[in-house]
Ligand binder design. Sequence first.
Ligand code: ASP
Length: 631
Amino acid sequence: MFIIEYIQAPEYIECMELLKRTTTCGALRKDDSGKTVILNGWVHRKRDHGGIFFINLRDRYGLTQTVVDQDAPEELKAAAAELRNEYCIALEGTVRERPAGMVNPGMPTGEIEVLVRHLVILSRSEVLPFQVDEESKAGEDLRLTYRYLDLRSTGMQNRIRLRSEVSFAVREWMTAQGFYEIETPTFIKSTPEGARDYLVPSRLYPGKFYALPQSPQLYKQILMVAGFDKYFQIARCYRDEETRGDRQPEFTQIDIEMSFVGREDVLAMTEGLMGRVFRKTLGLELPARFRRLTWEEAQERYGSDKPDLRFDLTLRDFSPFAEAGEFQAFKDALRQGEQARQLAAERGVSIAGGAVKALTVPASLMPSPYSRKQIEELEAQAKIYRAKGLAWMKVGEGGGLEGGVSRFFAGQEGAIVSALDAGPGDLILLAADSRRAVANTALGAVRSKLGRDLKLTGPGPDGKSRFEFVWIVDFPMFEFNEEENRWEAAHHMFTWPQDQYHTTLESDPGSVKGDLYDLVLNGFELASGSIRIHDPELQKRVFRIVGFGPEEAERRFGFLTEAFKYGAPPHGGIAPGLDRLVMIMAGETSIKEVIAFPKNSFAASPMDDCPGEVDQRQLDELHLRVEGPAP
Ligand code: ASP
């Protein structure tokens, strides 16, 4: 029996079987009273009430209160006295109802306790670096250094359980729909998803490297050429990006690809999958179809391609009022935007021009009217997103405009108030820029801040978390990278450009819409996907637009275009992020909370001190020489 070697106090053991649990710490109820049980677990808390010991025993199923009574044998009391938090113990005892007044309705096992007869310390614990279940008080690095303790907390245990249940629901549903789960390699030739690759040096081929997949993108497309028309995989992806925000060097996607499908098929399949996952794991019914916005609508109404639709503040176009008004900064932005638009049009390129956008914050949402300081904080947010400023005005009690820039719009008050659906006490925020996208995005960022500050994202009237899914469709296919002065793929370069743009791909890349879609949940991009190019010639044209000449395209992706020569089926897919999905379902804001062993914010793991140095011999075998000082 594996436990034997851990036994520290054999004198309390009548037979080895005593040690093996007969039930768990979450299972016992009133009906079990009178039963003799054996529990294994960790000492969660111990209280010594003058010779009576209350030991709360914990395992992943729950907590059970156990008692070593005053008239227990001396050696049992001595063992109980020795216990400290997180000692791993086994105990045998009798289940009994708690005395009236001692029932704990907040605990599933709160009606009973176990009167201990035997107790064995299986393993002692040193003084803890932090108390289990108080992990939130410990700093990130401390939590990650002692992740095994952190993972013992109820919160982490629940989230890891939820993650396991979500993965299982995904596998169950996908398999029932006829998908095969197929693994693709971890050592591959570089797949571009726009990030830097992690590289693995080859011992056998000096100077050559494998790349870790940024996603299984090319393999899943080749699986379609191979005739596996419904593929999925819970796939690990690796991207060496700047350690900003909530990024992890490795993360997990529910990677999906299908043949002989159009966009609607992929969307419907994903809606079915999400519906199943939420029903199975949270018991929640999602709408059968999710809302939809075009990328342009999302930008114009919410100033974001991942709008949080748990609240309804929308951006409106203020440009006509700005043109007719007297506020010079607004007029300049529109004039400069129009000039830029005309110049681009002369070159056959379509761009949007300038805009002045407005956002009305209803008085009913603000606990008290916004102060100048609060508006300045909103302005600071707008400026992070490149706006030059944030103008404002308020609607007075009589329905007129007052404060801020209101005096520049004399004579237009009535029309403005009605166009912006504003009422007395409302705050109107305005952003202008010669680039429409900047005005939208900056005001969109202000909208997000308002959502957080005014707590518009909290639970619904029933007290339950809200999950607002929305599809964003019709994205631009290409984005212009101003720093590198070149076009790049907005999603990735295997996306099918919508048919009507095939003749203008090269002449006006900026106006091309791709057959691509994002699934957004509560303001997070949950999934991206697209219908793919399956025509080798069209693929080569797209490679060329994003700057891969024929030789480089051949060297890097020749195997894909080669495969496409042999009867490639039309295909498309999507890849919901598993970490993000579970994070949102769990009501968390960092994916580290749903990954058993994440890296810290600096892409390192304090528990095992990774990344670490390696022996000179290993470097020699890999034909590598490290230059520069060790950090
Ligand atoms: N490979 C894509 C990504 O990782 C997803 C997809 O297009 O299926 O974003």
